[in-house]
Design a protein around this ligand. Structure first.
Ligand code: CTP
Ligand code: MG
Length: 220
């Protein structure tokens, strides 16, 4: 029984607009990637980690793992053009005997051990995938350009984060389809998998803009 983590860190960070990929923008004293890497490395739930690094940044990623003593980092692969492709490339490094795979965005540095446990535990109850999610506080409307089309029932909506947990075989099959989605659970759902949600964590805020980076650094 082993659980592998995939750290999706290969994005360019266009909306952040820095002079380097988002994973290597400073958060505190170290690159942003260091925080999630260190937290997953320290988690008793996780046996090994594969990092999908920004293409050309594999070596700095390996050096960073060494610098922070993240001994569970078993492989660093260059990511692909989309998040799904990056996860697919990283999953190729996960051995066949892995039972569960946790997929996490490096852009969400403040991953806690509690939420890792919350998403991994239901896999033993027959779920194909488990996602952390938060209730939606704002009213959500469907729009078309500047026209409001309709108001959705907020009670039926949640905002989904990572880390997301999957049975390894289920994730392999879902990704083999070659599709794209903004999260892995979307591919598992599309492949007919049963995905449940559990309580997320507001501190799992995804660093997208400079304001997000400032907010997360204040929480460090
Ligand atoms: N990601 C990835 N490979 C890609 C694109 C994204 O591994 N080809 C990862 C990012 O590194 C990030 C996570 O997926 O940890 C969520 O993506 P996002 O926040 O959109 O990051 P970027 O794509 O880097 O940012 P932007 O969309 O602003 O360019
Ligand atoms: Mg993106």
């Amino acid at each position: 029984m082993s659980t592998w983590a995939i750290l999706a860190a290969a994005g360019s960070g266009e909306r952040l607009g820095a002079d380097r990929p988002k994973a290597f923008v400073a958060l505190g004293e170290l690159p942003l990637l260091a925080t999630s890497m260190e937290r997953l490395d320290e988690s008793d739930w996780i046996d090994a980690i594969v990092v999908a690094a920004p293409p050309g940044w594999e070596e700095p990623s390996i050096l960073l793992a060494e610098e922070i003593g993240a001994g569970k980092v078993s492989a660093v692969v260059p990511g692909g053009a989309t998040r799904a492709e990056s996860v697919r490339l990283a999953l190729a490094e996960v051995p066949d005997d892995a039972v569960a795979v946790l997929v996490h965005d490096a852009a969400r540095p403040l991953v806690g051990d509690e939420v890792v446990g919350r998403v991994l535990t239901p896999l033993a109850e027959g779920w194909d995938g488990v996602v952390p999610a938060l209730a939606v506080a704002d009213t959500v409307k469907r729009v078309d350009g500047d026209l409001v089309l309709e108001t959705l029932d907020r009670g039926d909506l949640v905002a989904v984060q990572t880390p997301q947990a999957f049975l390894a075989d289920t994730l392999r099959r879902a990704l083999a389809g070659g599709g794209d989605a903004t999260d892995c659970a979307g591919l598992v759902e599309a492949a007919g998998g049963r995905v449940r949600w559990v309580e997320g964590d507001p501190r799992l805020l995804k660093v997208t803009t400079k304001a997000d980076l400032e907010r997360v650094s204040a929480w460090l």
